[in-house]
Write a protein that binds this ligand. Sequence first.
Ligand code: 6PG
Length: 232
Amino acid sequence: MQRDVIRTKNFVAAAAGIILEEARAALAERGEFRVALSGGNTPRPVYAEFGRIARDLSWERVRFTFGDERCVPPDAATSNYRMARESLFEACAIPEKSIMRMRGEIDPPLAAQEYEDALALLASQHGETIYRHDLTLLGMGDDGHTASLFPGTAALEEQVRRVAANFVPKFAAWRLTMTLPLLNQSRRVLFLVSGDKNRQLLERILAGDSEFPASRVEPANGQLSWLIGERA
Ligand code: 6PG
């Protein structure tokens, strides 16, 4: 695994540029770009900027998946799908077939199984044993979680399933999430950490403190990148 830490005062532009760079490389090499989107708030301006600079991309050859989703309907204010739709999908008229939405509105274990099966079918169609993203975008929570792999929760320890329903006690709510076996299959993982994030926590994670789920993302045969926004 290669790791790089990029610190920048131009966080949004740098993040969007990396995504576009990965998209062009994947499309050139494999004719498709498989990207897993992160949720939360940090990515919103990044997705908008990516959509602005990637206008000419062959969106029909891009497949958007989600690293995690809240167990809410797609039009709920907290839906990661809604955030991506508002910041990117609508602006670029992304075709529906390019978007694999996690169905947060149905029974969580059923939704997880459905998503896992869909990824497994795509992988098998390409002769792969496990779906391999070209780029997985992730965030860092204030407790060191990433995707919806929270400290002390069952999905964090999942070593077989690729997608899991995860009950998160701190929210008393279910989440859907990709698990470490799937995340670590990615050709590249890009953590997006804006300038307002806890610096001590970030440094502990960068030092590999396994107390934090984000430290456990280590793409076996891939690149791990941390893009860190510096306060202007
Ligand atoms: C989610 C995310 C989650 C997020 C972190 C950081 O569904 O919330 O996938 O892992 O990336 O919580 O969130 P912010 O970017 O909002 O700080």
